[in-house]
Design a protein. Structure first.
Length: 390
């Protein structure tokens, strides 16, 4: 059986160097070290080579800085613009003592510098070390992606399937409607079931989309054009409560204290409704039937402070930082809590883009108090359309 390494198995290095003799020498050194080598004499040729190998890009790039047509800096900048090339390790060849070259290249994303003239072993060691580091980073990312995929599949399997089953089951019953065997109350029950399942699905999808918007930066852009002065904060709070109280119909008491002299705030009504809804839902989820959930509002210096207090099981100290992570739930397998684990991540992200803060005070076994703070409207802000409940 042959042990010869095939071309497909070899590590590919793209070398970009305008000195033909040096380029030829580097090519031979790398081939003798069992690398597959691609070459170009300037940055423009280097981009052409990358385009020609679009489905199988090089594993690492070694490039000179001073080159005609497109120098190393311009070449690196173009490489880093492309998502498919952005993670390729990049080694610069630079003249001795050119510190400003190193600073500029580092800002563009270069990994390593090799000062000319160099020994062949120095180049080989630099390539091997960057490839090793790149492989370690990739393994970490792959591990995180696998964990994220597992969490998403768990959510899809349970959180989406349950409400979808409700919708389909009740719809099937209505499809076979028989006036002789079904009463008006039966029909109302079926419609309530469909509505409950649809609401839950809509909210799950809305939350996932908002998480993506936060991660991509689109939420901050949306806030920029959609925020408004809000005169009736109580209407926003009540809307948030109804979004969780109506679908599940669990018996809980909701006490809300909003002073009449609450200062006017500027925020995105849709986003802050999500924040309050997720905080209230979190409180309701971990509170027993007939327990009380309390929401208080007060102005504290330059902030409007909103607290949501429950009488649930509390949060262990070692979990306090983790609860704000997407898809994280404390001992989900043990407690079998409902939800996708996205609520507090949304609270964290949406409060942050509003320039606010969040925190939690908790006692295991005795409940938790979540606190969010939003900056108050300043007198210099221009008037905009106010939000009121209609």
């Amino acid at each position: 059986m042959s042990t010869e390494t095939t071309l497909a198995e070899k590590t590919t290095v793209l070398v970009v160097e305008d000195d033909i003799h040096l380029l030829s020498g580097i090519h031979d050194i790398l081939e003798l070290s069992d690398y597959h080598v691609l070459t170009a004499t300037n940055g423009r040729e280097g981009l052409n080579v990358l385009q020609q190998h679009i489905d199988n890009p090089p594993d690492i790039i070694v490039s000179d800085i001073m080159m005609p047509q497109l120098d190393g800096f311009g070449f690196l900048e173009e490489v880093r613009k492309q998502d498919r090339w952005v993670t390729i390790p990049f080694i610069f060849l630079t003249a001795k003592g050119e510190k400003h070259d190193q600073r500029r290249g580092s800002l563009l994303g270069a990994d390593v510098y090799i000062i000319k003239p160099f020994e062949p072993e120095d180049l080989i060691v630099a390539i091997q070390s960057r490839l090793k580091r790149h492989g370690q980073i990739n393994r970490v990312h792959e591990g995180k992606e696998s964990e994220l995929k597992r969490k998403i599949l768990t959510i899809l399997n349970h959180e989406f399937r349950t409400p979808l089953t409700l919708v389909v089951a009740y719809a099937d019953m209505l499809k076979d409607f028989d006036p002789a065997s079904m009463s008006d109350n039966d029909i109302i029950t079926f419609l309530h079931g469909i509505n409950s399942g649809a609401d839950r699905l809509r909210r799950l999808i809305e939350n996932f989309i908002t998480l993506v918007e936060l991660d991509s930066g689109d939420a901050e852009k949306t806030l920029g054009w959609r925020q408004r002065k809000v005169e009736d904060l109580n209407a926003v709070i009540q809307d948030s409560w109804l979004q969780i109280a109506q679908p599940d119909q669990r018996p809980r008491h909701f006490i809300c204290h909003v002073p009449d002299d609450v200062p006017v705030l500027t925020f995105d009504v849709q986003y802050i409704t999500i924040v309050l809804r997720e905080l209230l839902d979190n409180a309701a989820k971990f509170s027993k039937d007939h327990s009380t959930i309390t929401l208080n509002v007060q102005a504290v210096k330059d902030w409007l402070e909103i607290t949501v207090q429950d009488s649930g099981r509390g949060i262990p100290a070692d979990e306090l930082d983790k609860i704000w992570l997407p898809f994280y739930q404390i001992k989900r397998e043990e407690f079998e809590d409902q939800g996708a684990g996205s609520g507090l991540a949304l609270v964290d992200g949406l409060i942050r883009i509003h320039g606010g803060t969040r925190e939690v005070i908790t006692t295991p076994g005795a409940g938790s108090t979540f606190i969010i703070r939003l900056p108050l409207v300043t007198a210099t802000e221009k008037p905009v359309v106010a939000y009121r409940q209609h």
